[in-house]
Design a protein around this ligand. Structure first.
Ligand SMILES: [Zn+2]
Length: 343
């Protein structure tokens, strides 16, 4: 490749994002160089942009993307130049306590793109072959950035043991809430109840398959959920909202044996009040899940199957040049996912 510099969106600090010409990354023998075709702006980028989620200084932002392989390292075996690929943006070390027990998402040396190492809001990015996934021909580039989110949602659905016939409440009906609704519908839940403070988001949830939508005002949600479930409460509660008082309230609607999954990224100082006797008496399981322990391939297959409607979740598009506008726009009520095009 003759050109050795590329355009990239470099985050120098809080609200200081600059489009710059930087060197194209060198690849290690086990890595491939990917030309970015499409990237996505998720909920975390506005948080990093505003300084609410800590990333390394002077970092190229972004972690959800897909593209075409341009160069391969000497030790790369199964990936070739010209392949359409997506990639798992979490790199685990393979030698720490957790990696050696197969719990790679708890890796003590986990490296995330756009947080610890340079990300995908650039014309090119380097990825180890082990994290590359070939995209099937029938999977459009536009849907590939969703694979990472879907892989994390899939992990949460599995850990929450959503079963056929379960009644499930999803707290928060943004991008992730809507992915949950679709995956849980596919899993065979009998009733899905979406809760949000935004009518626009609830409208989307309804279109995506929620059976009931509750506009949350104060602490009204738990009572309404109990009423909908015939007084019993719900089998599974998924929290994608990240609002402590909303979580406190919604746990009141947990049925006996319910699983409560905390998926939202809460501010570090957040606290909630719990009644331990109710947790004991109802045998409620409260669990957090994040990241994607080797569920990327499953998520890719799920998306390629066409069973999830992603088109409806793409709300806005930008190019690398106006990416800052996209990050700011992502916070709007009616914006679910923002695509970044490089073509
Ligand atoms: Zn490790």
């Amino acid at each position: 490749m003759k050109k050795r510099t590329m355009k990239a969106a470099v985050l120098h600090g809080k609200r200081d994002l600059r489009i710059e010409e930087v060197p194209i990354p060198d690849i290690a023998p086990n890595e491939v160089l990917v030309e970015m075709k499409i990237a996505g702006i998720s909920g975390i980028e506005p948080q990093i942009y505003e300084g609410g989620y800590i990333a390394r200084d002077n970092i190229i932002a972004g972690f959800q993307a897909a593209g075409i392989v341009k160069e391969i390292g000497n030790d790369v075996e199964d990936v070739a130049a010209g392949m359409r690929v997506g990639f798992d943006p979490n790199l685990h070390c393979g030698h720490c306590y957790y990696c050696k027990r197969g719990r790679t998402l708890h890796c003590e040396n986990l490296q995330g793109y756009g947080v610890h190492r340079n990300g995908t809001f650039a014309e090119y990015f380097a990825v180890p072959e082990s994290n590359i996934y070939r995209l099937p021909d029938n999977l459009p580039f536009d849907y590939a950035p969703f694979i990472e989110h879907t892989s994390c949602v899939l992990h949460s659905v599995e850990e929450s043991r959503v079963e056929i016939g379960d009644t499930v409440t999803i707290l928060g009906a943004g991008l992730v809430g809507n992915l949950f609704i679709q995956l849980i519908k596919n899993r065979g839940a009998s009733k899905i109840i979406a809760v949000d403070i935004s009518e626009k988001k609830l409208q989307k949830a309804k279109e995506q398959g929620a059976d009931y939508c509750i506009l949350s005002q104060g602490n009204n949600a738990a009572n309404k959920i109990i009423e909908i479930s015939g007084g019993r409460g719900v089998d599974v509660i998924i929290d994608t909202a990240g609002v402590p008082c909303a979580l406190e309230n919604i746990i009141e609607a947990a049925a006996k044996g319910a699983r409560v999954n905390i998926f939202a990224t809460y501010p570090l100082e957040s606290e909630i009040k719990l009644n331990p006797f109710k947790i004991l008496e109802r045998e409620i399981l409260i669990q957090g899940t994040y990241c994607n322990p080797l569920t990327f391939g499953k998520a890719l297959e799920m998306i390629a199957s066409g069973r999830i409607n992603l088109r409806a979740l793409i709300s806005y598009e930008v190019t690398l040049d106006n990416i800052e506008q996209g990050i700011i726009k992502k916070r709007d009520d009616d914006i679910f996912y923002v695509l970044v095009r490089n073509d």
